[in-house]
Ligand binder design. Structure first.
Ligand code: A3P
Length: 309
């Protein structure tokens, strides 16, 4: 993982900060934690991004199925050019606002996706921070989430990979960090609840789906998503084609998705976005007592808000 530089530290000295992984600092904005260079991107997004009513914005907490949703959205919206998924990584087809589009080194207009209509964009910025701009533009938001235990397991593996396959964080320490919210774009629970509440309030503008629902009945949710995006299917064959195309086994085989190249906008290789792609993999990482602590918090935070995991 990239370590913080003195200049990063200087520019954020007014923000609350907290150490998370290997002495790296996270900085807090409106109750959420960010790595310094992500926070710069977030600030640029808040200053520069003017959502259009035609924009499709995929929002998610990291490691909850963003890459899968990118491929689904891309294929549903641009069916005739869906074969680009054979040669390009989903993150290059649906770029992140804060990491790619408004990332200082990438430059905001360098990305072809920004000229497409509708613009297909993604973000990890919480609704509590980005929401006002999004709500007033009435663009369509798609939110994907995943059960917190698998999200944490996936994050631990991702961090290790980005850190050149160093040892996995101890499950107890990772659980502590996660439950206290000290992870990039955390706290996870508040992130999910921000979009969940907005989905309940404005279901026609904010689509909500879980990774587990997608695994369980992909066709049903792909159909629902296509209708939400105003690109309904003509028949079941089309639905099956999208589902098959975006299946883990298919997508993870393409050279662009197996690549060990590290893009300029994140420290991890392209291949790190495809690991196992299953439900319940936390059992291979978390101890039972850690899983129980997470379950307790999940009940406390989600069930009260009418969202069940
Ligand atoms: P695992 O680490 O559990 O395997 P994100 O895209 O938000 O970073 O999330 C990454 C997680 O989604 C990883 O989970 C990855 O393997 C999984 N994933 C990526 N593409 C997928 C697909 N097409 N189908 C199912 N899971 C996928």
């Amino acid at each position: 993982m990239e370590t913080e530089t003195a200049s990063d530290e200087d520019s954020f000295s007014a923000f609350p900060k907290h150490v998370w992984y290997k002495d790296e600092l996270l900085y807090q904005l409106k109750g959420f934690w960010f790595r310094p260079h992500y926070l710069e991107g977030v600030q640029r997004v808040l200053n520069l991004y003017k959502p259009r009513p035609t924009d499709v914005l995929l929002a998610s907490f990291p490691k909850t199925g963003t890459t899968w949703m990118k491929s689904l959205i891309y294929f549903i919206v641009s069916r005739s050019s869906g074969s680009l998924l054979d040669v390009k990584h989903p993150h290059e087809l649906v770029p992140s606002l804060e990491l790619q589009v408004y990332n200082s080194s990438a430059g905001q207009s360098s990305n072809a996706a920004c000229c497409a209509k509708p613009r297909l964009l993604s973000t990890h910025i919480p609704y509590q921070i980005l929401g006002e701009a999004v709500a007033t533009s009435d663009c369509r938001v798609v939110y994907v989430t995943r059960n917190p235990k698998d999200t944490l397991a996936s994050l631990a593996h991702f961090i290790a990979k980005a850190d050149n396959d160093s040892d996995l964080l101890s499950p107890a320490a990772a659980t502590d960090m996660f439950l206290k919210g000290f992870v990039p774009f955390g706290p996870y629970y508040e992130h999910v609840l921000g979009f969940w509440k907005e989905h309940v309030r404005r279901p026609a503008s904010v689509f909500f789906v879980t990774y587990e629902e997608l695994q369980e009945s992909p066709g049903a949710h792909v159909k629902r998503l296509a209708e939400f995006l105003n690109c309904p299917f003509e028949g079941e064959e089309e639905v099956d084609e999208v589902v098959r195309k975006c299946e883990f086994g298919n997508l993870s085989g393409y050279a662009a998705n197996r690549s060990s190249e590290v893009p300029e906008w994140i420290e991890a290789p392209y291949s790190s976005f495809f690991r196992r792609g299953t439900v319940g993999d936390h059992k291979n990482y978390l101890e039972e007592k850690d899983a129980e602590r997470i379950d307790e918090m999940t009940k406390e935070k989600f069930h009260l808000a009418g969202f069940t995991y």
